[in-house]
Write a protein that binds this ligand. Structure first.
Ligand code: R5P
Length: 284
């Protein structure tokens, strides 16, 4: 398999045969892709994301179309962080972002997608998407202090399946689900299924603005939790609010490097684990 990494995603394809290509712009701003390798009859993988900026989002379908025109036998989009995946429901007359993004990929010649911890694995999708779990990778990062007297915490119902997988992988038995709602003030957590212990390992798919985890950590702190470890698959890290987390009793924030920008934005705060082997394993 020949892997074509988007700018910024090279670290994910270490150890994999890499296809050389360049992405440029014409004077008017239009994107342009050029292959520097023969891809006829080859199975190819595009490694990147559909997340903003739009240049990056559009590079994936543009490159897929270019690979197909050049005779690639198969094109797999390896998108550890599947941007637009949170837009999986829409009111009539509004855009359905995930369906749009995957329809675009399919139309441009993508056969299937490999991702990590898709936001909602139960929605129907226009092309095959294989979502791999980061639970074992994240669980492996827990140290004896994180694990001592720990409860695994899901910050909402949607996180329950991932939290269970993490609890199994880490060998932690107690598991608590927090109830999350949004009001005018933002995200608010209320009652939990039972009281957590002094140490909590809170598990979510995405740390974006931090609103969900800040509210969850406040609730845990008020309920008597002293030590919190955050495990998230994707460190989006929008804005600066998420930086309040360490002041709320959060000892460690651990994520995968599914979004390479997290390295700069989370420097000194977020520990990153390699996602490449999970998504580019034996059967990408
Ligand atoms: C929500 O359903 C997701 O699982 C995440 O909890 C959420 O998207 C995280 O975003 P933020 O950090 O902005 O609260």
């Amino acid at each position: 398999m020949l892997a074509f990494a988007l700018p910024g995603f090279r670290s994910l394809v270490e150890g994999v045969e890499r296809g050389r290509w360049t992405l440029g712009r014409f004077a008017d701003g239009e994107l342009h892709a050029r292959l520097h390798v023969d891809v006829r009859d080859r199975a190819c993988a595009i490694v990147g994301t559909l997340a903003p900026p739009d240049r990056r989002t559009l590079a994936v379908p543009l490159l897929a179309h270019t690979l197909r025109r050049a005779g690639a036998r198969r094109v797999t989009a390896v998108l550890p962080y599947l941007g637009y995946a949170r837009q999986d429901r829409a009111a009539p007359g509004t855009s359905l972002g995930l369906d749009w993004a995957l329809t675009l990929l399919e139309a441009c010649g993508v056969d299937d997608v490999v991702t990590l911890d898709i936001h909602n694995p139960d929605v129907p999708l226009p092309l095959p998407v294989r979502s791999r779990s980061a639970a074992a990778l994240l669980a492996g990062a827990l140290d004896p202090v994180d694990l001592a007297d720990a409860t695994v915490v899901a910050p909402d119902d949607g996180a329950l399946r991932r939290a269970r997988a993490l609890a199994d992988a880490a060998g932690i038995a107690p598991l608590v689900v927090l109830h999350k709602r949004r009001d005018a003030a933002g995200v608010v957590h209320s009652a939990a299924s039972e009281c957590p212990t002094r140490s909590a390992v809170i598990v979510d798919d995405i740390l974006d603005t931090g609103a969900t985890l800040i509210s969850g950590c406040r609730w845990l702190r008020d309920a008597g939790t002293e030590r919190i470890t955050i495990l998230v698959t994707h460190a989006v890290l929008s804005g600066t609010r998420w930086r309040e987390l360490p002041a709320l009793g959060v000892r460690r924030i651990v994520a995968t490097d599914s979004l390479p920008g997290a390295r700069r934005r989370g420097a000194g705060i977020v520990e990153l684990l390699p996602a490449g082997p999970l998504v580019l394993g034996a059967d990408p």
